[in-house]
Design a protein. Structure first.
Length: 430
């Protein structure tokens, strides 16, 4: 038997109905904030990620699905969404159009990592990006958008963690301070952090190794090294959060594991998911990213949100999405007896009737195998039908059918032409 690859998952009905609902919510909240959808390829040139996410990050060093195509191009299944959106922004010359531009995306991301609850090797992600606004108002805007999604999904009590990691100007002195702090402890660092120490010491700050975590707890904070402009942005950002009543916690160890981030980084957490997996979404600024990809200097800010994690949270929250549910009408039409010319005429009316319901927007089904009356009534029960229409031999002889409300138990026999009207009349209450 061939199974799905490790770290992937099949979404089966009725679970898939939850996904449709969830995707509807994120699209709707993005619409309210005036973001438009951007649809991009699921694979890109590998160089896009090594140049922006960073050569010395876990994602690029260990987690990418990279392959050569038949002509030897070096391609990678996208491990995250922002680099691709920035690539498209530059490629289509959007910097010379009206700014800011606001995009959202929805799609699969691929990372080769250890599968765990709410974390897969192929996972669905929703993300937003704003290009062309260095204003801290945009930082706050993407954060409130994420909070609104969480709220729509019944996740009350989300917690916002923020930090600023500065710009390339203030990064230099900060890196030096970090290297000076870590060098005496070089033997205590994990192998990765040791090899990255001089090239990219920031990566030690979000290393998953327990020893590194303990060590960096006392490391210098980027907040103490912010240049004048970064400091101003950081102060203003927090002032706005306070002014609009969003509580936050400054987390000096928060850096996010990607090199393109500048200034603001943030995570939105929901504690009931447990200490390891409580992050619903993470993001920040990437003011140098567009320029790095050959475009003009255009500021950017956004976040990515893992949708498996959101569903997991939703199940534990106050408004769990109801999957599956019910159908509106099930038409019971057992096979005709010898005396009825095998019921061919009745079968034709069955198709007609079902289509009439469907064109009215009702969810309708019938048994194409035309099993016994008893079997079909069972089927209607299993599908949670609100109404059952019985198109039996006896009824049909008098050009009528029986309508039964499964919720209220009433049943009446009406002329075939009136079946649709009878159900519409009974409507939601029936
Ligand atoms: Zn700076
Ligand atoms: Zn480490």
């Amino acid at each position: 038997m061939i199974k799905s690859p490790r770290g992937t998952s099949d979404v089966l009905p009725p679970e898939s109905a939850k996904w449709i609902y969830l995707e509807g919510i994120v699209r709707e909240v993005a619409r309210r904030y005036n973001f438009d959808e951007i649809r991009l390829p699921t694979f890109e040139h590998s160089e896009l990620f090594s140049r922006t996410v960073g050569e010395t990050t876990d994602i690029v060093e260990k987690e990418m699905y990279t392959f050569k195509d038949k002509t030897g191009r070096d391609l990678t299944l996208r491990p995250e969404g922002t680099a691709g959106v920035a690539r498209a922004f530059v490629e289509h010359g959007m910097a010379s159009g009206p700014l800011p531009r606001k995009f959202y995306y929805l799609g699969s991301m691929f990372r080769y990592e250890r599968p765990q609850a709410g974390r897969y090797r192929e996972h669905r992600q929703f993300g937003v990006e704003i290009f062309g606004s260095p204003s801290p108002h945009s930082d706050v805007e993407v954060i409130t958008l994420a909070m609104d999604i969480a709220e729509e999904l019944g996740l009350t009590g989300t917690e916002l963690y923020i930090n600023s990691i500065g710009c390339p100007k203030c990064r230099g002195p900060y890196k030096e301070a970090l290297i000076a702090y870590l060098t005496p402890h070089i033997d205590e660092l994990c192998e990765d952090c040791r090899s990255r120490l001089t090239r990219n010491p920031l990566r030690a700050l979000d290393c998953k190794s327990e020893r590194c975590k303990a060590l960096v707890a006392g490391a210098p904070s980027s907040l103490d090294y912010l240049c004048g402009e970064c400091k101003e942005h950081w102060d203003r950002f927090r002032e706005i959060l306070t002014a609009v009543g969003i509580p936050y916690t400054v987390d000096k160890s928060l850096v996010r594991g990607l090199d393109y981030y500048t200034r603001t980084v943030f995570e939105l957490k929901w504690p009931p998911l447990g200490p390891a997996g409580s992050t619903l979404c993470g993001g920040g600024r990437y003011d140098g990213l567009v320029e790095q990809l050959g475009g003009p200097p255009v500021a950017g800010v956004g976040f990515g949100m893992g949708l498996e994690r959101m569903l997991l949270a939703n199940e534990k929250g106050e408004k769990p999405i109801q999957a599956g549910g019910e159908i509106d009408v099930f038409i019971v039409c057992p096979k005709g007896g010898e005396g009825e010319d095998k019921g061919f005429e009745r079968e034709a009316r069955l198709q007609e009737l079902a289509r009439a319901f469907r064109r009215k927007g009702l969810r309708c089904d019938f048994d194409p195998l035309q099993r016994s009356m008893k079997a079909q009534m069972k089927q209607a029960d299993r599908m949670n039908a609100r109404f059952v229409v019985i198109l039996g031999e006896d009824e049909f002889r008098s050009r009528s059918a029986s309508v039964r409300s499964m919720r209220h138990g009433w049943q009446k026999t009406v002329p075939i032409e009136e079946v649709l009207a009878t159900i519409e009349e009974a409507g939601q209450n029936g």
